[in-house]
Design a binder for this molecule. Structure first.
Ligand code: ATP
Ligand code: MG
Ligand code: FE
Length: 339
């Protein structure tokens, strides 16, 4: 089976082709970062309009790169995300399915992030524990198979990516803040500030990042207005986040007795976090899996992959174009059995 994947949940337009036999055969992405930069964040209406402009050329490009394959079906991101942005991808997928007589499936964006390490050459076996750290989510999930997800913990307030973005803004860095903050942190000293490691001492697997954000704000106010001082704050913030995430992941592995950890979502691209997880993995003896950095953030490769894994869920006939802003991961069920 060969699946076309379409992603438009937020500020990246993307298309990809996944072939069950050859794996990922083409993928392309257009980031709207420059479009939203002046506003300091994603402007939903501008995002929707840009998806309309960019998605069709991206789809044509990946189909050409893949050698105009005989598609089996189309998978698009149905949610969660910005409804207007999602509707663009959903409508294009539905229209394309109708005109080509192909089945269409709406897939879960976070399931895409969760399973993205399966795009890599040495994928994790089930079961594994997944840490999803993105702009809108901070989740620990037990994964027993495709569609078999048990939430273990989540953020009670800000998502980690959000904490990165807000801290970056306070440090005078542009949007999106995560990568900019990480760059600034490279020249800083990670133990310059002893920021809180939120909820590490408390039992359980939930997270909280709003207190850390406040600590960063107070440190900025007290520090001299120099790049060196800001770099120290950035590095100390990153270290506090990394220590917190590592501690909770180790606890989740311990509680479940699982020896495999998957880390996905935009913040998974963070170098300091990766290094901290790698040293803990070596110490505790668990296996660690990441998607390649470009597939940590939003992409269509992960959507095409989920479409392929769920190809038995693709019903023939005309599919409605659906978009949902909220969609709990725990509502997903395993794909229909192959008949
Ligand atoms: P969601 O998937 O929850 O709907 P999203 O799609 O916006 O949210 P992603 O694209 O997975 O999230 O990730 C974007 C987030 O990752 C942003 O908050 C960004 O600042 C952060 N991020 C990206 N690269 C890095 C990095 N190197 N270090 C820290 N944070 C990063
Ligand atoms: Mg994005
Ligand atoms: Fe995402």
């Amino acid at each position: 089976a060969i699946i076309l994947g379409i992603e438009s949940s937020c500020d990246e337009s993307a298309a990809a082709v996944y072939d069950g036999e050859r794996g990922l055969i083409a993928h392309a992405l257009h980031s709207q970062v420059a479009l939203h930069a002046d506003y300091g964040g994603v402007v939903p209406e501008l995002a929707s309009r840009d998806h309309i402009r960019k998605l069709t050329p991206l789809i044509e490009r990946v189909l050409a790169e893949a050698g105009q394959p005989a598609l089996t079906g189309i998978a698009y991101t149905r949610g969660p995300g910005l409804v207007g942005a999602l509707l663009v991808g959903a409508s294009i997928a539905a229209g394309l399915g109708m005109s080509r007589g192909l089945p269409v499936l709406g897939v879960h964006h976070m399931e895409g992030h969760l399973l993205s390490p399966l795009l890599e050459p040495a994928p994790p076996a089930f079961p594994f524990v997944a840490l999803l750290v993105s702009g809108g989510h901070t989740l620990l999930v037990r994964v027993d198979g495709v569609g078999r997800y048990t939430p273990l913990g989540q953020s009670l307030d800000d998502a980690v990516g959000e904490a990165f973005d807000k801290s970056a803004k306070m440090l005078g860095l542009g949007y999106p803040g995560g990568p900019a903050l990480a760059r600034l942190a490279e020249s800083g000293c990670a133990d310059a500030h002893d920021f809180p490691r939120p909820m590490v001492r408390r039992p359980g697997l939930d997270f909280s990042f709003s207190g850390l954000k406040t600590a960063v704000m107070l440190a900025i106010k007290a520090a001299p207005d120099t790049t060196a001082a800001r770099a120290d704050i950035a590095a100390s913030f990153e270290q506090a986040v990394a220590d917190t995430l590592v501690a909770k992941c180790a606890r989740a592995l311990d509680q479940t007795g699982i020896g495999r950890l998957v880390v996905a979502g935009g913040v998974g691209a963070n170098r300091r976090l990766r290094a901290a997880l790698e040293s803990r993995a070596a110490r505790d003896g668990f296996d660690l899996y990441f998607p390649r950095a470009e597939f940590c953030t939003d992409n269509a490769a992960m959507i095409a992959l989920v479409g392929w894994l769920r190809r038995t869920d693709m019903a023939p006939g005309i599919a409605p174009a659906e978009a949902v802003a909220r969609w709990p991961l725990a509502e997903l069920t395993p794909p229909a059995a192959v008949s």
